[in-house]
Design a binder for this molecule. Sequence first.
Ligand SMILES: Cc1cc2nc3c(=O)[nH]c(=O)nc-3n(C[C@H](O)[C@H](O)[C@H](O)COP(=O)(O)OP(=O)(O)OC[C@H]3O[C@@H](n4cnc5c(N)ncnc54)[C@H](O)[C@@H]3O)c2cc1C
Length: 429
Amino acid sequence: MNILRPGQDGYADEVAGFQTSVANTPAVVVAAETAEDVVAAVKYAAEHGLRVAVQATGHGLTEGTDGLLISTRRMTGVEIDAAARTARVGAGVRWGAVIEAAAKHGLAPLSGSSPDVGVVGYTLSGGFGLMARRYGRAADHVRAIDVVTPDGELRTVTPGADLFWALRGGRAGFGVVTALEFGLVPVTELYGGGLYFDTADLPSVLRVWRTWSMTAPDELSTSIALIPLPDLPMLPEPVRGKHVAHVRIAYLGQDGDELVAPLRAAAPVLMDTLKRLPFTESGSIASDPPHPHPYHGTNATVSALNDGMLAAIVEHAGPGAPVDTVLIIDRLGGELARRRVDGAGWDSGAEFVVRALSMVGDDGVETVRGAHGKLFEALAPWSTGRLLPFVYGEHDPAEVAESVFPPADLARLRVIKHRYDPASAFPAV
Ligand SMILES: Cc1cc2nc3c(=O)[nH]c(=O)nc-3n(C[C@H](O)[C@H](O)[C@H](O)COP(=O)(O)OP(=O)(O)OC[C@H]3O[C@@H](n4cnc5c(N)ncnc54)[C@H](O)[C@@H]3O)c2cc1C
């Protein structure tokens, strides 16, 4: 275990994460290597009246801390039990490591668009992955959680425990997870990739994708992203400098070409990357940026996606919008709507989630917030909720909790929170 304070060598590197728009200036950072290190750090924080925050990769950093930061990036153990089809991972593991380890046994995890995201932060947020319509949330497949609660006790929680329910979706505020055990699925390859369409075709492609995705089988997870691509030589020539519509596909069936035929016919396709690919290459489907940057993002789940809403999306987040926005619409439904497994906070009645993500520039986060605000105001009549994983850079955790959890879940989370963290040393719920 390494303990670092401001000004010491290694402090800045240990604090740095993927999200760079949120100031993170802990009084002390504990670079934990074991669950015992985490126990010691939590007890030290309690003795010194320090607030506690946790960071694995910084992809989901919302508020920075001036208290004690537990950095879990060295807790990188991955064990696969092929017969039981489960994985057990340490708190600092990223999805890429699990994907590689599971693939050796013909298995795959319920990972998301980016292999760089941390398994624990993702799963505690619910975990909306590439096979979510077929298998549900990653949180639904968790079998056991090792967690150091704010009293400094290392506990293993399993189905039936209130803490188990709270952690699967409630994310922060209940302790530090040191290890997670979860189910894997027998998947080795996908029909996946994307179709890129030109700026002028955005409105019609959005309409075709909306209608097509409504009748898609559960084996298909799909999203459409409106992306303002810069005019840079490293981007492929057909899409360079264009505001493209990027349809993303992850399909578990064998008849992919047949299934996407209506999309390929929607408008001239600028670039087509659809093919059968090993699950180990699933990160290429969305090709999320790998480099740290400052960003702000929010989302709304919606019960419909009518033509008026699509027009509002193009107006507020398409070409010519005042702030460059990556706008992603994901089809929900399937197993996500059935939700046979219990856990905190997921809008299982929604048909789509609309997410907006923008870089925070020199003029600050308020410009981005204002632009996103106009978009989501236009969608408000059909909005049914908000999903925790896609809220980025908002500083008030209690406010975020109020916006993402249904009232009954929020009330239950707060009772559990008070029981385990009466001093509110961990982030508020
Ligand atoms: C590029 C990108 C792609 C993404 N793709 C998806 C996607 O496809 N599907 C999806 O559902 N989400 C996705 N997300 C959202 C992501 O799941 C959340 O931001 C998640 O919280 C990130 O977890 P992390 O550990 O990587 O990040 P961190 O910032 O390190 O952690 C995020 C938060 O999780 C909590 N946390 C982390 N580790 C622990 C722990 N050991 N114990 C207790 N609390 C902990 C803390 O509150 C922490 O602030 C994406 C985010 C980005 C930036």
